[in-house]
Design a protein around this ligand. Structure first.
Ligand code: FES
Ligand code: FES
Length: 184
């Protein structure tokens, strides 16, 4: 975190933070207490990350920080400086087509209202990197930390297995910059 630079209209000390999100650099001025979820959505404008419980329970706000799934509602934006953040907007392929996990959710009807979906997509992307060929039980465990009020989870678990198939067939599960981060 940089030294405090300015104060907002309420007199709160603001900090200059440089965030790397989906391979792009963003310079923002935020108070030290600004949550990463709010910084991504409000300061950077990437509203694909959803905020549900704001208590680390539902998983809707999950982003990848240096490839690791993190509840962005439990992390301060200043803590993410110097790390690569990947949001749901960064999961597609470079040509604008859907990534493997996104395509699998479409194929398997893994969403209904879609509120929980960004958190599932980021979580599953990281889990398949660590276990690219899960059993159905392992796929179920991968998504056990995320809440969905619509689907009953069965189609989401099927989507995990479908994503593994697509990944095995050569469809990317993460953007190139995130893959490079994971290999570094
Ligand atoms: S909004 Fe972060 S875990 Fe629910
Ligand atoms: S699809 Fe509605 S909460 Fe999961």
């Amino acid at each position: 975190m940089s030294d405090p630079t300015t104060a907002d209209t309420d007199g709160e000390t603001m900090h200059h933070v440089r965030l790397s999100v989906n391979g792009a650099t963003y310079d923002i001025e935020v108070p030290a207490r600004r949550l990463l979820s709010d910084a991504v959505r409000q300061d950077i404008g990437l509203t694909g990350t959803h905020v549900g419980c704001e208590h680390g329970v539902c998983g809707a706000c999950t982003v990848l920080v240096d490839g690791v799934p993190m509840r962005s509602c439990l992390m301060f934006a200043v803590s993410a400086e110097g790390q690569e953040v990947t949001t749901v907007e960064g999961l597609g392929d470079a040509d604008g087509s859907l990534g493997a996990v996104q395509q699998a959710f479409k194929d398997c009807h893994g969403l209904q209202c879609g509120f929980c979906t960004p958190g599932f997509l980021t979580t599953i992307t990281a889990c398949l990197r660590d276990n690219p060929d899960p059993t159905r039980e392992e796929a179920s465990e991968m998504v056990a930390g995320n809440l969905c009020r619509c689907t009953g989870y069965q189609n989401i678990v099927s989507a995990v297995l479908r994503a593994a198939e697509l990944q095995g067939a050569g469809c990317a599960t993460k953007p190139e910059h995130a893959a490079q981060e994971a290999q570094a």
